[in-house]
Design a protein around this ligand. Structure first.
Ligand code: SF4
Length: 135
């Protein structure tokens, strides 16, 4: 059996705890807290302890879904983005820019959150931007 510990950072929130991924025979098997990491000093919350589980989950979304007649259908990124852009345009034209909003995530970087805010304010024309930490 081949066992390896791969250092990484928890992606569940902005705290940025250090973790060690347990990789056994090239399969991700577990998550351990990194004792030498200055942020968490060997501690993890329950989300961090289970960080590895979503990576191999069969429920994980790996491509966009489009709702059609009440069912979710897999599609490509180009088509999903085109549909979202068209629907934003239709809603904004009919109800105004404050009728739409953007929800961002703790699982993306500060820079990506900043870009989402710019998309909301400069492109869509709305100040309705929020973050999952407040939901
Ligand atoms: S272990 Fe918990 S507190 Fe630390 S980064 Fe992950 S979610 Fe945040």
């Amino acid at each position: 059996m081949e066992c390896e510990l791969v250092p990484s950072v928890c992606s569940y929130c902005g705290t940025g705890c250090g973790v060690l991924f347990e990789v056994i025979d090239k399969e991700l098997a577990g998550t351990l807290p990194m004792k030498t990491h200055p942020v968490n000093e060997g501690k993890l919350c329950i989300k961090g302890w289970n960080l590895h589980e979503h990576i191999n989950s069969p429920l994980r979304l790996k491509q966009p879904l489009v709702r059609s007649f009440g069912r979710f259908l897999k599609t490509g990124w180009d088509e999903a983005i085109a549909i979202a852009a068209r629907r934003f345009r239709e809603i904004i034209d009919q109800y105004g820019p404050e009728s739409v909003g953007v929800l961002v995530s703790a699982k993306i970087t500060n820079e990506e959150n900043y870009l989402a805010m710019k998309l909301a304010r400069a492109v869509l024309g709305t100040n309705s931007v929020d973050h999952c930490a407040r939901l």
